[in-house]
Design a binder for this molecule. Structure first.
Ligand SMILES: Nc1ncnc2c1ncn2[C@@H]1O[C@H](COP(=O)(O)OP(=O)(O)OP(=O)(O)O)[C@@H](O)[C@H]1O
Length: 301
């Protein structure tokens, strides 16, 4: 479990991370979202003890990173896949990492197989494609078989097959009861991977909620109804303050109300329904609404 309490990091007088308080739970993939410069990488660096907080705390299993006795066996992380000695092979890198952290050497072979790098592991790190470097970084994170895993943009540079593989890996790590914290800008991918979302903007917490709740909270999530009495139902729904769009004679779309509310209002009015169906917003739409006020580096209209 990771707990952040009032976590703050200032560079000069500008906060990059501003009073984050939240908990990341085991058995869950938590997606970490936010516009460019929102403070995602800084938050991960603070959790990993690579930067010191200006105030507040980041604890892993109740202790700060620097007090963990065997960090690699407790937390695995991929922050920057290119941060490797370019002349060293992936295999040599992992062997050195295993040796200095008391991890048995056979784990190197295991994790290289897990990430599909067994063939390319003897290449110089500098000669690897971005996607292969990402796989190697993921192998390093898995090396100590840790309960907590953090990945900063792990699918960056991966081909569609690799993206699907990362999704399966995150899901299986969480299914084993591990805490998985993963940042990404690929909303469609996050929608398929994450159970829970933490959204930040300008260093501040915007949302900390199950994926389903974030999507249900979008103004674009609506209810589609098919009924021979669409006109009557529209009047009833509008009277209850619900926005209604009509499609043809027998169909309407109600926005800003739960499926149950629409069904109950129809029932109370004695209106027969032939179809009642939720039309979910995409995570991308929900995310854009949530972060509309926090985008610092946008391209304008
Ligand atoms: N070492 C540093 N010195 C000064 N400012 C920094 C430093 N590191 C990060 N920042 C600033 O902190 C803010 C947050 O940056 P961070 O990299 O954490 O954002 P991010 O959410 O990971 O962004 P992206 O999605 O673009 O990777 C940015 O404004 C960045 O310029």
């Amino acid at each position: 479990m990771i707990s952040l309490n009032g976590l703050t990091k200032r560079y000069g007088d500008r906060p990059a991370v501003d009073g984050l308080t939240l908990e990341l739970r085991p058995g869950t993939v938590t997606g970490f979202l936010g516009p460019n410069g929102a403070g995602k990488t800084t938050t991960m660096r603070l959790i990993l003890g690579l930067d010191r907080p200006s105030s507040g705390t980041a604890l892993i299993g109740g202790v700060p990173y620097h007090r963990i006795r065997n960090p690699l066996r407790t937390v695995g992380a991929l922050l920057d896949a290119r941060a490797l000695h370019p002349g060293r092979s992936g295999h040599a890198h992992l062997v050195a990492l295993a040796r200095s952290n008391g991890v048995p050497r056979r784990r190197v072979t295991e994790v290289l197989e897990t990430v599909g790098m067994a063939g390319a592991a003897r290449k110089r790190a500098g000669a690897l494609s971005l996607g292969m470097s990402q796989r190697l970084g993921i192998a390093a994170a898995l090396l100590g078989d840790p309960q907590v895993l953090m990945f900063d943009e792990p699918v960056n540079g991966l081909d569609p097959d690799g993206v699907r593989w990362v999704r399966g890996l995150m899901r299986s790590l969480a299914a084993e009861g591990r805490t998985v914290f993963v940042s990404s800008h690929l909303m469609s991918e996050m929608q398929l991977t994450a159970d829970h979302l933490v959204v930040i903007g300008k260093g501040r917490l915007i949302a900390d909620a199950p994926l389903a709740d974030v999507i249900a909270g979008s103004s674009l999530t609506s209810v589609l109804v098919r009924t021979p009495h669409a006109g009557d139902l529209a009047v009833r729904l509008r009277a209850a303050g619900i926005t209604v769009d009509r499609y043809g004679e027998n169909e309407l779309e109600a926005t800003g109300a739960a499926l149950e509310t629409v069904g109950d209002l129809a029932y109370e009015a004695g209106i027969r329904l032939h179809e009642l169906r939720a039309k979910e917003a995409s995570l991308e739409q929900a995310y854009q609404e949530l972060t509309a006020g926090s985008v610092e580096y946008g391209a304008g209209a």
